[in-house]
Design a binder for this molecule. Structure first.
Ligand SMILES: [Zn+2]
Length: 149
């Protein structure tokens, strides 16, 4: 199976419809479709997928990290560096969960992966991200704790 680059998938010819899609379509694919097909493994798969995306997009420093997250409209990040191997990222207007009703479970695994993938480039270390807050568990932002090792 052929692997495609970001450059290849970014070549869009849609003179009338443009490059944007309704966020609802994205959420149908992401929250309904992928979870239905992948089942219990959807979290791990989406995380790995996000991590791949994060490392392909790449970021050299925290400024660029914030820019890329905003540019991709994943959300509006707020980074807090706790110490040399702990980072907390709050994500406002999260692409997947912003506005979601309380469901008692968190599922922003792809976003978690994208954050980890980008931060690996920033800190030149391995990164493991865990989601700790979400709209779907009663907050009005998303939060991730990242361990660098
Ligand atoms: Zn979220």
């Amino acid at each position: 199976m052929k692997e495609y680059s970001i450059e290849e998938v970014s070549h869009i010819v849609r003179p009338q419809l443009g490059e944007d899609i309704p966020l609802t379509l994205y959420r149908i694919l992401r929250v309904i479709g992928m979870r239905k097909i992948l089942g219990e493994t959807s979290g791990a798969t989406l995380y790995m997928m996000g991590k791949q995306v994060g490392s392909m997009v790449g970021a050299k420093d925290l400024g660029e990290f914030e820019e890329k997250i905003k540019e991709l409209k994943v959300g509006i990040p707020e980074v807090q560096v706790i110490d040399e191997d702990h980072v907390i990222v709050k994500l406002y207007e999260c692409i997947t969960c912003a506005g979601f009703v309380y469901t008692g479970e968190m599922f922003c695994d792809m976003e978690s992966g994208i954050i980890a993938g980008l931060l690996e480039g920033v800190f030149k270390k391995k990164a493991k991200s865990t989601q700790t807050k979400s709209w779907s568990v009663g907050y009005n932002f998303c939060e991730f704790e990242i361990i660098l090792y």
